[in-house]
Write a protein that binds this ligand. Structure first.
Ligand code: SF4
Length: 488
């Protein structure tokens, strides 16, 4: 006879036919609750149903029971694989941590002919001496690191300053990367982030030969763009538009993209900006708020509008963009598309700001002109402001393994994991959200940040909540589904 009573006698009585899987919820203005599983499946419940769900009082076999079971809120004896399904979905949503490191940004010159007040980099004058240019020997070491990454996909992005001011080195890197790749056999891609003022047929011949993509800055109509992006001759807009058309002629329309930044002057001109992107034949626009780095801090532009003001204008122009789509002209707002993808698709996004733990380092390395390596573009911007805490190593002595295992990167990754953040772990929007550790480090002194005071969190809450509202409208839903499934 057993000396002890059976283990089952010590269990709390459980008459419910189901068990709960993890979920968070958020009260909506309507009084209902948006309830979201760990893996991002969602529903809306009123308080009575939410209470019944939590208290184990759902009626087995009812429509609500079956819906919540199929979405992974609960499991019962017939659906025990919901546990495994949740973990598979979660792993897929966070798959960026398994795909080390595909984006490699080379800052090949800090020199620039523009003097934009929102510049996030400590650009140098065009005729500064070449101490602000990367050397071949530094580039060689960077390429050794690039090809030590296990990623099948390698994208090398040339940045500055203005990278075309060091075009000889750019050519050297492209040719050497191709040579090395004969051995490594990765899917190799190149992008030049350029203001296009220096673009020429000779440069484009080279880009054509190696299939190089062009990414440029277009802030909106002529007066706005030239106001935001001063250069000698006050003709940045004219040069950009001429450059875009030349690039398209040589490389094809799909090889040229543009980004805008929301200066204080842009905020009330979102509609005009959208019209400019339409007029120039782009398939969409990315409405980016300013970041608190570099010249944007010195000029105080970074604090010239609040995230609430940005959100108000963003929502207004998003309706304008949706109307354009409904009139039969497809046109995307790319950030909304990324968020819609996070909500609607079980896949992960390569967009670093929508990843937690941070995609910095996992997804991207930045090699500065002086050989210092950062886990993100923002890291080097911060270093130029005197804060070196995001520098993860130096090409003089560090290998890929040293960089990816550096204490600086571990700190960013550890503190940007939403499920261990007291602010985020109970948030219904966590499966769709990101982390932005650099911004929290700058504004609040640690990588995790207190999200109650975080502009990033306010933006995420605003955008994700707005996308959910739009999804309730059938016409908007169809457009957002197309953006999520086709374009990002
Ligand atoms: S940052 Fe804000 S919106 Fe995002 S998961 Fe954390 S609390 Fe939620």
């Amino acid at each position: 006879m057993s000396k002890f009573r059976e283990e089952s006698e010590f269990r709390a009585e459980n008459t419910s036919p189901y068990s709960l899987l993890p979920f968070n919820f958020l009260k909506l203005n309507s009084g209902k609750y948006r309830v979201v599983t760990l893996a991002g499946d969602y529903t809306e419940l009123d308080l009575v149903d939410l209470r019944a769900l939590v208290d184990g009082e759902l009626v087995a076999g009812s429509d609500l029971y079956l819906d919540l079971r199929s979405k992974g809120f609960i499991f019962d004896s017939l659906s025990k694989n919901n546990i495994a399904l949740t973990s598979i979905k979660l792993r897929t949503k966070m798959a960026h941590v398994f795909h080390l490191t595909s984006l490699h940004m080379f800052v090949i010159s800090l020199r620039c002919d523009h003097s934009c007040p929102y510049c996030q980099v400590s650009r140098q004058n065009i005729d500064s001496n070449d101490v602000f240019d990367m050397t071949e020997s530094t580039a060689d070491k960077a390429l050794d690191v690039v090809f030590s990454s296990p990623s099948k996909y390698i994208k090398i992005e040339f940045q500055g300053g203005e990278p075309l001011l060091n075009f000889d080195l750019l050519k050297y890197i492209v040719r050497r990367a191709h040579k090395l790749n004969e051995n490594y056999k990765r899917n190799l891609d190149f992008v030049i982030a350029t203001n296009l003022a220096m673009i020429s047929e000779e440069i484009l011949e080279f880009c054509k030969q190696f299939g190089i993509n062009i990414s440029t800055s277009l802030d909106g109509p002529k007066a706005l763009h030239n106001g935001n992006r001063p250069r000698p001759g006050k003709n940045s807009y004219e040069k950009t538009i001429k450059g875009i058309n030349l690039c398209r002629d040589y490389l094809g329309r799909e090889k040229v993209s543009a980004l805008m930044t929301t200066s204080p002057n842009s905020l009330l001109q979102f509609r005009e900006i959208v019209d400019e992107y339409l007029a120039q034949g782009f398939e969409g626009v990315f409405l980016r708020p300013l970041s608190p780095y570099g010249y944007a801090v010195k000029t105080k532009w970074a604090e010239s509008y609040s995230i609430e003001e940005w959100l108000e204008e963003y929502k207004k122009v998003l309706y304008y963009i949706l109307d354009i789509n409904m009139s039969g002209h497809p046109f995307i707002e790319f950030y909304t598309a990324l968020v819609a993808k996070r909500i609607l698709k079980p896949s992960y996004t390569g967009y670093v700001d929508l990843q937690h733990p941070t995609g910095a380092g996992f997804s991207a390395f930045l090699y500065n002109y002086d050989g210092k390596v950062y886990s993100s573009d923002e890291g080097r911007m911060l270093a130029e402001m005197g804060d070196k805490s995001l520098c993860i190593g130096d090409l003089k002595q560090d290998s890929f393994l040293d960089l990816i295992c550096s204490d600086q990167l571990k700190a960013q990754v550890g503190e940007s994991f939403g499920y261990t953040s007291s602010s985020c772990e109970q948030c219904a929007y966590l499966p769709y959200c990101g982390s932005e550790p650099t911004r929290h480090h700058v504004l609040q002194g640690d990588f995790m940040g207190n999200k109650i005071y975080s502009p990033f969190c306010k933006r995420q809450m605003g955008v994700i909540g707005h996308v959910f509202e739009l999804l309730e409208n059938d016409s908007y839903r169809r457009i957002l589904e197309a953006w999520a499934y086709d374009s990002t």
